[in-house]
Design a protein around this ligand. Structure first.
Ligand code: JBZ
Length: 237
């Protein structure tokens, strides 16, 4: 999978990219992340990427010409046309189903906004996928782009050492309940003991306990993930 990230702050990415799982995927040739500074595609001598909004108001708007020409130039950098996505608070909210859909692409270009965002004509011309990572305010698209890359890369075959872990995680689209609680040594700490069942060696009983615990936690904390079945009992959607 090839990622191209268009940003005014490429220096935000290398620390994240050198994180072990991702770095291994890059070293093994499974993933590449190519960074592009939007400022490199400015035409005027002041290298302005943004300008004041027509109609007035606070902040600055990222210019349509710079952005569109940058995206076109980055598209030409590889044979495979990229699926283009803009990180924006008005995008469709990322969930594991969308991550799975994106993981089937061979090349993805992520545009990171700053300030008041992109000129509307960027959207009208490029018709990009528009993605948000959730309903809270962040300062720009870079951290959101890292979230998108992180979530996709884990789904690429060969990236996780242990292929088992994806399907068992919370929020594969096959498993939409929360994980059970985990414990390791010591058996007792400040009076807090590890549940006896986990020390029993009775694996069918342990599996049942974990399943019940997952469901109980999900009911308590994330009932939005559950459906009520015909008997009135909560079960995964
Ligand atoms: C996002 C203008 O740049 C921004 C600002 C906020 C923001 C994004 C980009 S992406 N919020 C989100 O994913 O919610």
């Amino acid at each position: 999978m090839r990622f191209d990230v268009v940003t005014l702050f490429p220096e935000m990415f290398p620390g994240y990219l050198s994180q072990s799982l991702l770095n291994k995927a890059i070293e093994n040739g499974l993933v590449s992340v190519n960074l592009h500074n939007l400022r490199d595609w400015t035409k005027d001598k002041h290298q302005s990427v943004d300008d004041r909004p027509f109609g007035g108001g606070p902040g600055m708007v990222l210019k349509v010409d710079t952005t569109v020409e940058c995206v076109e130039a980055v598209q030409r950098m590889a044979e495979e046309p990229a699926h283009v996505a803009v990180l924006t608070p008005s995008g469709r909210k990322l969930d594991q189903r969308i991550v799975e859909e994106l993981s089937t692409k061979r090349r993805i270009m992520l545009l990171c906004g700053r300030y008041e965002g992109f000129d509307q004509r960027v959207f009208d011309i490029l018709k990009p996928d528009e993605l948000s990572i959730g309903d809270y305010i962040i300062n720009g698209g870079e951290v959101a782009a890292m979230v998108v890359i992180d979530a996709i890369v884990r789904l690429i075959p060969g990236v996780l050492g242990d292929e088992r872990s994806n399907k068992e995680d919370s929020f594969s689209s096959e498993n939409r309940i929360l994980e059970f609680a985990q414990y390791t040594r010591p058996r007792e700490y400040r009076g807090h003991e590890v549940p006896e069942v986990l020390l029993s060696g009775d694996h069918p009983r342990i599996a049942r306990w974990r399943q019940e615990q997952s469901l109980a936690r999900t009911k308590e904390r994330r009932s939005d993930l559950l459906d009520t079945n015909d008997d009135g009992n909560a079960e995964p959607k």
